[in-house]
Write a protein that binds this ligand. Structure first.
Ligand SMILES: NC(=O)c1ccc[n+]([C@@H]2O[C@H](COP(=O)([O-])OP(=O)(O)OC[C@H]3O[C@@H](n4cnc5c(N)ncnc54)[C@H](OP(=O)(O)O)[C@@H]3O)[C@@H](O)[C@H]2O)c1
Length: 328
């Protein structure tokens, strides 16, 4: 089969589409025929020389995929079922979704709701799964529809899908972006208003900023997350999933002990079966309200994945880049 392979030998990194044999890691792995995969920020990290994210020297890239089950010994995952595959070490420590076929253990495989096609599942992808996981985490914390919710990295995968899903559930998402030229596009996705990256908080000379956000979805980390914490409303919460601006977090204890705010960690990789089920069910319930087509930045063949990874690494995406392994 054709696949996009990341290979590093003796410090020499090679990226490209080539022919490989699909192979199961365990005898009960399920084989999925891939309709589409998606390019995630993590894929860009995996495909770097001396990557600290990639766990093996050589593998098929792609942390997610959607398609149809081709072979399975699991009675709950029958041949022909439409599924999304993501999580664990897929595309990080074992062959991933940038291929015509992918083998995965049952626990990485999610049966799609009837309302979500395999194409829409990959417009959602790991990014959209994390976005909805973030929405549900804020709601479990007490967030209720009608309020403004801050979303950072708004034009990226997690950000644009968070805006879309928040709007579909009755919130007023406020998009924070470093790409002001995309303001109209963000408003079309459901943003109630658009602000710059440096407009999240005020009073830079004070420990705490004005109380602005009942909730926030952040995939940027670093100073952005610090600014969110100091500008959350009393009892508010931020769901943090990413580190685009860095992995260090410098903050004070004051937002926590004087405003009772919460920092909620979001992880899609080791999400439990019950979390996966809750998130995909919630996605299925709003799918009819979502205009998926404009969320696709572009669709590329396996031969153009390397270029797509570079675009993602530079933060130049608008929504999601899809990978079609069946495209010449
Ligand atoms: N925890 C999990 O399970 C999980 C799951 C999925 C993703 N993630 C993480 O979430 C993050 C985002 O992933 P993604 O797939 O949405 O990435 P993406 O599509 O590349 O989007 C990232 C966005 O961040 C903004 N940005 C880029 N460089 C920036 C910088 N230096 N400072 C501030 N903002 C910057 C850009 O949006 P604007 O131009 O609009 O500002 C960009 O579009 C990554 O760190 C990824 O690893 C985590």
């Amino acid at each position: 089969m054709r696949a996009f392979v990341v290979d590093e030998q003796d410090g020499q990194l090679t990226l490209g589409a080539t022919d490989v044999e699909p192979h199961a890691t365990d005898s009960d792995d399920v084989l999925v025929k891939v309709d589409l995969s998606g390019v995630n920020y993590k894929d860009a990290l995996v495909a770097m020389a001396k990557s600290r994210v990639r766990r093996v020297p050589s593998l098929v890239g792609g942390v997610d995929a959607a398609g149809v089950i081709a072979e399975s010994l699991d009675p709950n995952l029958t041949v022909g079922t439409r599924v999304a595959v993501h999580g664990g070490n897929l595309g990080v420590g074992r062959d991933g979704g940038f291929a015509e076929y992918v083998f995965a253990p049952s626990r990485f495989i999610n049966v799609l709701p009837d309302s979500i096609s395999t194409r829409h599942a990959m417009v959602i992808g790991t990014a959209g799964f994390s976005a909805m996981e973030s929405v549900l985490a804020l709601e479990a914390h007490g967030l209720v529809a009608g309020v403004e919710v801050l979303v950072t990295g708004a034009t990226g995968g997690v950000g644009s899908l968070a805006i879309t899903f928040l709007a579909a559930r009755g919130y007023s998402p406020v998009a924070s972006t470093g790409s002001p030229q995309e303001s109209s596009w963000l408003e079309e996705r459901g943003a109630a208003r658009v602000i710059g990256r440096d407009e999240i908080s005020d009073k830079p000379d004070r420990v705490l900023a004005s109380e602005r956000w009942a909730g926030a979805i952040d995939c940027i980390g670093g100073d952005t997350l610090q600014q969110i914490l100091r500008s959350l409303c009393y009892g508010g919460a931020v769901a943090a999933s990413g580190l685009v601006a860095g992995s260090d977090l410098t903050t004070t204890i004051y937002p926590f002990i004087t405003r009772a705010v919460s920092l909620i960690g979001i992880d899609s990789v080791e999400a439990t079966a019950s979390t996966r089920s809750r998130v995909w069910t919630a996605l299925g319930q709003i799918a009819h309200k979502v205009d998926f087509a404009p969320l696709v930045d572009r669709e590329v063949s396996l031969g153009h994945v390397a270029d797509a990874l570079e675009i993602v690494r530079k933060g130049e995406t608008r929504g999601r880049i899809l990978v079609n392994p069946n495209k010449g």
